[in-house]
Design a protein around this ligand. Structure first.
Ligand SMILES: [Zn+2]
Length: 458
């Protein structure tokens, strides 16, 4: 449980302890890959009434009249009439909350780090509105991610659980070196030194840009930019501190070497081949493809954000190899996660948000069944984030990070678009379910929907 403390007057404490929410006649997809429980029941303790006593999910299973009969006078029983499916909160494992776009209005603002941190918080809050209850921020300047993580943990601000990387390391002139939030290094000594500095600030992961990418005017997609000695020089101090290392990677041989050296998670893997996927699976490591960035919707997104033409050409070239890499990963049982590289709430051309887009792409182009796609977006992401003991699946004793969607997303993943309720740590963010309507929190303002992200004109 998170270290959230709320002062409840002594006379109200006793009653507060008792309040539970019973979601009955629910379809339940628990996130582990198990088939849906039809006609199910989920009971959780409401954080709105939290008291320091037992919180979270207290029952998940088939409808059980005996369990239902335990509901007290103050408890709430909500009938979902088997029209809604409950899933765990989503986990987006590749996000840059401080994403800067080349188009007008997205250049580094003159107000500096404080304003950028507010912008990043707004995007984190939007992600939560869209059902992303945990996200990993894979690089950004000024430790804004560490700050937001702290603010959420201590209950100062409502937001998703944040897994942090702090600043991104890369070679001098390497991938991302032109972005704000970059630390350039050359040689193992510099990489170790900068990794240690990041660790001392409390980051959860260290992110390294190891090869070229879709951006960068003077780099090829698969250029190797970081040596085996250099990545090893980041991995050992991170692992010694109990932290993990992820890397932006395109080229197959570089991925193979990095995973051999102990890298914990591969990002993008645009040109990753079958043999490397076998290795990643054997080692139990993770892969976040971010298929969104090389998709048609990704190209449209870049177009609308004023990216230069060379990015589109690179995306078109990368697309087929990128999708093949995700298929190889699926075939060999690699732990594949859902990450967008876009702001999680950003709307895309096909009519959903970036997180939903990535789930649909895994289903459409990488042979993930809808059920496997939900597993990727929940329990597998939780394992990557190191929070699989508290969230990522709907289990007794876990935090109540729960979504309700109308329809059967385990049969048609597009039903994830029909989000009707978001609960994080037992606290209702919003719900349109009849008899359970609520909007307890909104950072976007009354009557507005969360689709500012990079499109917001502030
Ligand atoms: Zn990225």
């Amino acid at each position: 449980m998170q270290g959230r403390e709320k002062k409840i007057p002594e006379q109200d404490r006793k009653e507060a302890i008792m309040i539970k929410v019973y979601l009955k006649n629910a379809r339940i997809v628990d996130g582990t890959g198990a088939p849906a429980i039809e006609n199910g029941l989920l009971v959780y303790v409401s954080a709105a009434e939290e008291s320091g006593e037992q919180q979270g999910i207290v029952y998940v299973g088939k409808m059980d009249e005996a369990v239902l009969a335990q509901a007290g006078e103050k408890d709430r029983i909500i009938d979902l009439k088997n029209e809604y499916t409950l899933t765990p909160g989503l986990i987006n494992t590749h996000v840059h909350l401080d994403l800067q776009m080349p188009g007008a209005g997205f250049r580094l603002d003159p107000l500096g780090p404080a304003f950028r941190a507010l912008k990043a918080y707004r995007r984190a809050a939007e992600a939560l509105e869209c059902g992303v209850t945990t996200l990993r921020n894979v690089g950004g300047g000024d430790f804004f991610d560490v700050a937001i993580r702290k603010a959420v943990e201590i209950g100062m601000l409502n937001g998703p659980r944040i897994i942090t990387c702090g600043w991104t390391l890369m070679a001098h002139g390497g991938h991302g070196s032109e972005d704000y939030g970059a630390i350039e290094c050359t040689g193992p000594t510099e990489f170790t030194k900068e990794a240690r500095k990041l660790l001392s600030k409390g980051v959860d992961w260290i992110k390294v840009g190891m090869t070229g990418g879709l951006e960068g005017a003077h780099e090829g997609l698969c250029d190797r930019q970081v040596t085996n000695e250099e990545i090893a020089a980041v991995i050992w101090p991170a692992h010694a501190a109990g932290k993990k290392v992820c890397a932006h990677l395109s080229d197959d041989a570089t991925i193979y070497d990095a995973v051999t050296a102990g890298l914990d998670s591969v990002e993008h893997g645009y040109a990753m081949k079958e043999n490397t996927c076998r290795l990643i699976a054997e080692k139990g490591k993770f892969y976040t493809p971010t298929l969104a960035v090389s998709s048609e919707d990704g190209v449209d997104y870049m177009l609308k954000h004023g990216f230069p033409k060379r990015n589109f050409e690179k995306s078109f070239t990368a697309k087929e190899g990128h999708r093949a890499a995700a298929r190889f990963a699926h075939k060999h049982g690699v732990k594949v996660c859902v990450g967008t590289d876009m702001v999680p709430s950003d709307p895309v051309q096909r009519g959903c948000n970036a997180t939903q887009l990535e789930m649909e792409l895994l289903n459409e182009h990488a042979e993930f069944t809808p059920l496997e796609t939900i597993k990727a977006a929940t329990s597998v992401g939780a394992e990557l984030c190191g929070v699989d003991h508290i969230t990522g699946s709907l289990k007794r004793g876990y935090e109540a990070d729960i979504l309700a969607v109308r329809g059967k997303p385990d049969q048609d993943v597009k039903d994830m678009r029909n989000l009707q309720m978001v609960i994080k740590s037992g606290g209702i963010i919003w719900s349109t379910i009849p008899g359970h309507e609520a909007r307890n929190y909104s950072v976007v303002g009354e009557g507005q929907i969360a689709e500012g992200g990079t499109y917001g004109n502030w």
